[in-house]
Design a protein around this ligand. Structure first.
Ligand code: ZN
Length: 281
């Protein structure tokens, strides 16, 4: 199943890419609020799989918001692909990856314009993003996928000067300028993917491919990450986890490369869809 946030309303996206309004189709049983559905995820799945949905309506991707627009917690893993740890000049993590937050005011939908911070070094990081669908505390790796509502595409856009200057890095701030956490276009459940543990992901700038990887190369797989994070803190329904980026970011290049006025960044995850960000000075 695929769901989306269409102009602020929760919709199911059908196989023919049309949108069915959930509040109307359920006659008010489920709210139109896209973030609220994760509190009732199990009920919603049962209802959606046992209901004959009405015909959907065509829509434009530019009218989509984030499928999780207002999570209570956003966790993000750094250095979770070996080749990206290498290009960043760090050892690969063994017990836990470095974990930081992206503040929720930076979350947007999949098709946006992003203002470049003045005098910044703004970089791209395509990531598989996980949205939690059940209260998740101290779960095993085997149980982890059953606590996940689904996955979506994310960009962990990062301003490297803010991120890395000062006596200790400022990951949370450097990655939370307005528009720096686009997500979408859909939330896709694991059963709708051929292999949820092995998805190609990548991104291109103005048509030139800059990142390409596979989630099977995650150092901490999705289940391992959810299990290890949940060993420390409870993950709440609707929480968002950015799982880390593969190699190919601008900071790791020689010479280094940063996003510039007019650049168009297109990011994809296989079976999920794509994001499109246009950058403006
Ligand atoms: Zn990242």
């Amino acid at each position: 199943m695929r769901i989306a946030n269409l102009s602020g309303r929760l919709v199911i996206v059908t196989d023919d890419d049309t949108a069915v309004d959930v509040e109307k189709a359920s006659r008010g049983r489920f709210s139109s609020d896209p973030q609220a559905i994760y509190e009732r995820w199990r009920d919603f799945r049962v209802w959606a799989s046992s209901t004959d949905l009405p015909a959907g309506s065509a829509f434009s991707p530019s009218d989509l918001g984030s499928p999780a627009p207002a999570p209570r917690q956003v966790l993000a893993a750094g250095l979770n692909y070996r080749a990206h740890a290498d290009e960043s000049g760090f050892d690969a993590p063994d017990v836990l990856p470095p974990v930081f937050t992206k503040y929720s005011s930076s979350i947007t939908g999949p098709v946006t314009e992003v203002r470049l911070p003045k005098d910044g070094h703004t970089d791209w990081e395509v990531e598989l993003v996980v949205v939690i669908g059940e209260p998740t505390h101290r779960v095993t790796e085997d149980d982890a996928w059953s606590h996940i509502a689904g996955v979506t595409v994310g960009q962990d856009i990062s301003e490297r000067i803010t991120q890395l200057s000062g006596p200790a890095p400022q990951f949370g701030l450097g990655k939370s300028y307005p528009g720096f956490s686009p997500m979408g276009p859909y939330l896709v459940t694991a059963d709708a993917l051929t292999d949820a543990d092995d998805l190609e992901l990548g991104c291109s700038i103005n048509g030139e491919q800059v990142q390409k990887g596979r989630t099977r190369d995650l150092i901490f797989s999705v289940p391992a990450l959810v299990s290890r994070l949940s060993a420390i803190l409870p993950l709440l329904p609707g929480d968002v986890i950015f799982t880390g980026t593969p190699a190919g970011v601008g900071m790791g290049r020689t010479p280094q490369r940063w996003l510039a006025d007019g650049d168009v960044l297109v990011s994809h995850v296989q079976g999920v869809g794509e994001l499109r960000q246009t950058f403006r000075a």
